[in-house]
Design a protein around this ligand. Structure first.
Ligand code: 13P
Length: 247
């Protein structure tokens, strides 16, 4: 049985004070049987960690470097995240690939480093609108997955969460239909099965992300292969995120 996982990606939003306010509301509205994660800006991680202590709400970062320390101005290392007690880290979000030049190789290094430090990666993959219109979305996603998982041993795979986020559905209000999302997510599970084995692919959790809202969450979560959601905009409003968690 795969435990559903709903994660909020706050992106570059919320001061520390605002972050505390938001988690106060979320933490008192958690639902049993659903793993709930807030991926908050680096600046708010420590304070949010204190605020959620003793609750089941999990903490995530949105990015990390693969090295433990060194001359990498402006970067945050896995040791720094570990010290705070971060459970998850989003890796390879399309905004990082698009605006900050993250490559599949960098994503792979970050995944390995996160696993080494006991942080569960939430690995993002997804195609652009152009790629979907050219009918190459499966090829694109397959390449991203195979490069991301290069050198990852079978025992580590179930610690990784995959998020399928078609870029054309992020922040646009345009969601992939539930069937479209499920088709690609089932395809991702098949790639994992072929690379490892069915026992592993049955365990790996795969989320959908892209304009997930209270009015489409039920349909999304009812799909056979979708195990959760990675939510941007709707995770910033407590009333909406709480509804998502109780899909
Ligand atoms: P939206 O939910 O705002 O479309 O963002 C999705 C996303 O990028 C989550 O990582």
């Amino acid at each position: 049985m795969r435990i559903p996982i709903i994660a909020g990606n706050w992106k570059m939003n919320k001061t520390i004070e605002e972050a505390i306010q938001l988690v106060k509301e979320i933490k008192s509205n958690l639902k049993d049987g659903v793993e709930t994660v807030v991926c908050v800006p680096f600046t708010a991680l420590s304070e949010v960690k204190k605020e959620i202590s003793g609750t089941k709400l999990k903490l995530g970062a949105q990015n990390m470097h693969w090295e433990e320390s060194g001359a990498f101005t402006g970067e945050i290392s896995p040791l720094m995240l570990k010290e705070i007690g971060v459970d998850f880290c989003i890796i390879g979000h399309s905004e990082r690939r698009q605006y900050f030049g993250e490559t599949d190789e960098m994503v792979n290094r970050k995944i390995k480093s996160a696993l080494k430090h006991g942080i569960s990666p939430i690995v993002c993959v997804g195609e652009t609108l152009e790629q979907r219109e050219a009918n190459i979305e499966k090829k694109v996603v397959e390449t991203q997955i195979l490069k991301a998982f290069d050198g990852i041993v079978a025992e580590e795979v179930e610690k990784i969460v995959i998020a399928y986020e078609p870029i054309w559905a992020i922040g646009t209000g345009k969601t992939a239909t539930k069937e479209e999302a499920n088709e690609i997510i089932a395809f991702i599970r098949k790639i994992i099965m072929n690379k490892y084995q069915q026992e592993i692919s049955d365990k790996v959790r795969i989320q959908y992300g892209g304009s997930v809202k209270p009015d489409n969450i039920t349909d999304i979560m009812n799909q056979s292969d979708i195990d959760g959601a990675l939510v941007g905009g709707a995770s910033l409003k407590p009333e909406e995120f709480i509804k998502l968690v109780s899909f």
